[in-house]
Design a protein around this ligand. Structure first.
Ligand code: SF4
Length: 385
């Protein structure tokens, strides 16, 4: 997708997000809304999810559906097909809609992948995290590097021509060279898209305790910066273009769904804890699976809180989410959409970042440099305060 940071309007197609909160095992660093797979609970949850989609469906145009988790690949292809059909019945699902499913490598088999293709999934996001077994073990992941490579090959053989691979960087005991081994393996495999996520350690994460016990540490900050910059350089050379702080893609393979989050788009999130933003309103579902299932079984609403965004919040969101993109923010577009000249408003606070080489400003756009992306949270703070 080339061009302006956002041309979204209320008539632009929606994205639908479906949260699947079940996993075969719980990883030691995970802070997502998930729990261990319970087949009976899963059946009741899918029933509830279907009811929520039915109740919300208003025939609006939709051009992306994203199954996230948790581990959506714990669903059988028939379950995925039935949810997609539910979305199609209640929304105007574009024939060329991007339909993404997050998959863990250990769940990949030829028949399952064929089933997902037949169900209508067009894009797979593979949670590889590392191509080094030692690192995968430290993260308590169920798959090995070999299994991840096999899963990728099986997905290609099943006909998936839009595959993203997730890698995590700054892992315990990981050196710059070891991180770049994973990046090089990814490049050799040749997915269409890749996401590079920094490991964030939550204070109560079991991994934090294991690290303390085993005396594992993370590389110093300057090495973390090198990991990020060197990986992007190698990916650039291999034909991947960075388009967002953590995301790179080959031509025409940017994630349509995720771009909605960064370009003032609209989406509805279904499932436990899911967030939605549409028509200037933002809401969030109840976070607990039992409560979600019970409420829907009784025909009750599952929204935990909902509010109308103020003009100020919408403007701040446009700025700090837009700056996540390498295209940056189109200031003329912001002025038209929000009636505010962003440079007049924030120029004095942003100027030191421009002078320090973290931000670039031309007559039209404002964007973070790659160095600036390393310190994005400091720059974004200007819009949050
Ligand atoms: S598979 Fe993903 S969602 Fe599930 S526990 Fe691991 S990191 Fe969390």
């Amino acid at each position: 997708m080339a061009g302006p940071v956002a041309s979204a309007s209320s008539v632009d197609p929606l994205g639908l997000y479906l949260h699947i909160p079940f996993c075969d095992a719980i990883c030691n660093y995970c802070n997502f809304n998930r729990g261990l797979l319970d087949t009976e609970l899963k059946a009741r949850y899918l029933d509830a999810l279907g009811r929520e989609i039915d109740a919300a469906g208003d025939g609006a145009p939709v051009d992306s559906v994203f199954f996230g988790g948790g581990t959506p690949s714990v669903l059988a292809p028939a379950e995925v097909a039935s949810l997609i059909e539910r979305c199609r019945a209640r929304f105007e699902l574009a024939p060329e809609a991007e339909i993404t499913l997050e998959m863990n490598p250990e769940g990949a088999s030829a028949s399952r992948l064929d089933g997902y293709r037949a169900a209508g999934v067009t894009r797979l996001s593979l949670g590889v995290q590392s191509f080094r077994d030692e690192e995968l073990r430290r993260l308590s992941r169920l798959h090995s590097a070999g299994r991840a490579i096999e899963a990728f090959s099986l997905a290609r053989a099943a006909g998936f021509d839009d595959i993203s691979v997730d890698l995590m960087v700054w892992l315990p005991e990981q050196s710059v060279a070891q991180w770049l081994e994973s990046v090089d393996t990814l490049i050799r495999l040749g997915p269409d898209h890749a996401s590079l996520y920094l490991l964030e350690l939550y204070p109560n994460a079991p991994l934090a305790e294991e690290m303390a016990r085993a005396v594992w540490s993370q590389a110093p900050d300057e090495d973390a910066a090198r990991m990020y910059l060197d990986a992007l350089e190698r990916l650039d050379a291999a034909g991947y273009r960075q388009y967002e702080i953590s995301n790179v893609a080959r031509a025409d393979h940017r994630s349509r769904h995720n771009l909605k989050y960064w370009t003032d788009g609209a989406w509805i999130g279904f499932g436990v804890g899911a967030h939605s933003t549409r028509g200037g309103r933002r809401w969030r579902n109840v976070a607990e699976v039992g409560e979600y299932v019970t409420r829907l079984a009784r025909g009750e609403r599952v929204v935990a809180d909902s509010r109308t965004l103020s003009a100020e919040e919408r403007l701040a969101d446009t700025m700090f989410l837009g700056l996540r993109l390498t295209d940056g923010v189109d200031l003329a577009w912001v002025a038209r959409r929000h009636g505010v000249d962003a440079w007049t408003r924030w120029g004095a606070e942003l100027m030191p970042f421009v002078e320090g080489g973290l931000l670039e400003r031309d007559e039209r756009r404002l964007r973070l440099t790659r160095q600036g992306m390393l310190l994005a949270s400091e720059v974004m703070q200007v819009f949050v305060d």
